[in-house]
Each structure stands twice: as structure tokens, then as C-alpha cells.
Design a protein around this ligand. Sequence first.
Ligand code: NAD
Length: 390
Amino acid sequence: MIIEPRVRGFICTTAHPEGCAKNVHEQIEYVLKQGTLAQSPKRVAVLGCSTGYGLASRIVATFAGGADTIGVSLEREPTATRTGSAGWYNNRAFEIEARKIGRAPVTLEGDAFSNELKDAFIERVREKFGQLDLLVYSMAAPVRTDPDTGVTYRSAIKPLGAPVEIKTLNTESGEVYETVIAPATEDEATATVAVMGGDDWKRWIDRLADAGVLAPGFRTLNYTYIGSELTWPIYWKGTLGRAKVDLDRKADEIRSRLGRDSARVVALKAVVTQASSAIPVVPLYGTVLFKVMKQLGLHEGCIEQIDRLFRTRLGPDADVDDALRLRLDDWELSDGVQKEVLRRWPLLTTETLGELADLPEYKSQFLRLFGFGLDGVDYAKDVDPRVVPG
Ligand SMILES: NC(=O)c1ccc[n+]([C@@H]2O[C@H](COP(=O)([O-])OP(=O)(O)OC[C@H]3O[C@@H](n4cnc5c(N)ncnc54)[C@H](O)[C@@H]3O)[C@@H](O)[C@H]2O)c1
């Protein structure tokens, strides 16, 4: 079949197997160019391994760090007439390339929130790895069923307390407009913390520790976003921020059990991923941020951020902030970048968007997540959606 992008709001319902593979290959090439890492964990788990920051983490751990990895993600398999999810193709392309360099990746596709998947994971770790040195928790989900109570929580990305009037962007039409976002109810805030907070992370670590599959010196990382005053009303001071503060609490609890350096929350920069495109305001902020960071020579996507994390922040003397987080959002939040983004913000209208921001770049990055718009891929070619090129 000829596979074309089918975009509905902030998701694309199709994905291109060759384009997704190319996307994975390009990330691998970037990491290989940076060179190998002398000291890097060798038995690595990545939860949320198929796209965005999790995929980048798996690639850096493998291709710079020489690790064997076990990845978990929730994906849709392709059929003869329907494409799989981008993450399904990314997982296959990653496995093919990792095997080429002699690694033996294990990938589990299913609901990481469930006890069944956690137990299957422990079995595979025992069989293949014995113990783990590092677990990266990079899940972003809209919904979670608590396996103990059976209660299903849906996250709601909303402000807390009062309505927020904020500028936003329709990424399809390019229209910039003011919108009012109503605050979350207490139940919505609680549900968002249940989905995106640290409860499942802590459960994973406790279950793995109880099963004896964590090596001495084991570490775990969980990714957060803090952002600046432009995104605070909807993010850090909203329901998602409340969930992310819960990560800091759970990191403390893990450190009390496993040691002072065992758990770190890592603050990363805003990038285009499936998860971030669904957050109001973030696409508009992103279009301005990317243009400014490019103009200042500071642009980074997922792979550049995670490569810098592994190379500069995982050593014993890495700086942490007041909440003991590792900060990779330092370039995004630097004075030069923030002053320029803040200067442009009030000037942003539908008419000035082209000059002050970079919507075409945002759109192209969004389509690339699903394997569209990559150089060297023949999109007019009839392809079998079940086949990922090796
Ligand atoms: N995108 C950003 O701008 C940004 C910035 C800073 C921090 N972060 C954080 O990074 C983390 C990863 O986000 P991302 O933007 O890379 O997201 P993403 O949408 O690219 O990836 C989410 C991953 O979670 C997996 N997943 C979702 N539900 C699952 C389930 N029930 N079981 C197993 N796997 C499941 C998906 O398969 C995918 O691998 C999040 O904690 C996010 O808050 C993102």
C-alpha cells in the first residue's frame, strides 16, 4: 500500500515503516558520531522505549554505551491493510540495528502499568540479564488502570485553581489566538497525578528490588519538564506540574530505600513528541523556542539532549538542583533564549508567526515522528506495512 500521513488534531493515525526506520538510523548515526562512552551502564531497561525521549535513551545506552537493553512500550501491530504505530516500527528498526552490533535487545509490548507486564519483565531480566544497572522511566500516557484497585484514571491537562487565558496556536491552520482553559476539578488533578506522577515508577522499582534483580549501584532516571513563565500556567502550575512534583517525592522515597544517588528526576527541554503535541500552548511556545534556539546555535532534539545527559550528567560529581534533579533544560532556560522568547511572545499573531516562529519546522518534526518527510524515503512506493527494512 501507499502510506500517507493522516493527521487528526494532534495525532497522526498512520506511520511509515521505512520512514520510521530512517528516523531511528539517523539518531543512531548522530550518537555514533559523538563516540563511545567509556563508563556507561551495561544492562539497561527503558520504560516507554519506542518514541521520544525513551527511544533516544535506548539508542544512546546501546550505541554509545554498549548496553544490552530491555524496552517496554504500548504499541499497535500492523496488518496487511493497516499501518502499525510509529513506536512499533521504531522498536523493530532499533532491534535490527542493535543486533548488527552484537547486542541482544529484548522488547515487551504491553501495558507497563499492569502487574502481569511487570512480572513478565522480571522473568526476562532474570533470563537475559541477571540484574539491571539502570532503569529509565520515560512513559507518557493519557490513561492508567491501577492494577490493585482496577480504577482507571484519565489525565486532564489543565490549570489549577482559576481559568487561564493564554495564547495558543492551531498548528494545522497557523492561526494564533487567545483561549481560556478552565481549571481542573480536584478529581481531574488527582487522576492526572495517578497517571503521570511517580506511583507507577515507585511500584516498578519496589517490585524489581523485591525480586532481587537490581545490581549493586543500580540507578533509575525519570524525565520531567519544568519550563518557564510562559508555560507555567498550563504546565508546571497545572495538573501536569502537580504530577511532576510527585516524581520528586517518589525519587526521595526510592533514594531512602536504595541509596542517595539511586534515583534522579531529569529536567529536559521542550521537544516535539506525540505526548507534547497534545499539551495546549506547548506547540506555540515550541515554534518560537525552536527558532530562537536555532538562531543562537543551541538547538537540540531528543537524541542531542539524551546524548548530553549520558555524557555529562551521569558521573558521580554531576551538579543537581535544589530538588536533587539533573538539569538538561539549562540551554532552554538560559537568559539569552528566554529573554528573546519573552520579547517575541506579545508580538505573536497569525500575521507575525512566520517571522517570529518556525511553524514549518514544527510541522516537519511532527510528521517525522510518524516516519514522514525523511530524505531518501520513496513515499510513492508500494510498501508492505508489516515489513521494516533491515
Ligand atoms: N516532549 C517533551 O517536550 C518533554 C520535555 C521534558 C520531559 N518530557 C518527559 O519525557 C517523558 C517521555 O515523554 P515523550 O515526550 O518522550 O513521550 P512519547 O509520547 O514520545 O513516548 C511515550 C512512551 O510511553 C509509552 N507508553 C505509553 N503508555 C504506555 C503503557 N501503558 N505501557 C507501556 N508503555 C506506554 C509509549 O509507547 C512511548 O514509548 C515524559 O515523562 C515527559 O513528561 C517530555
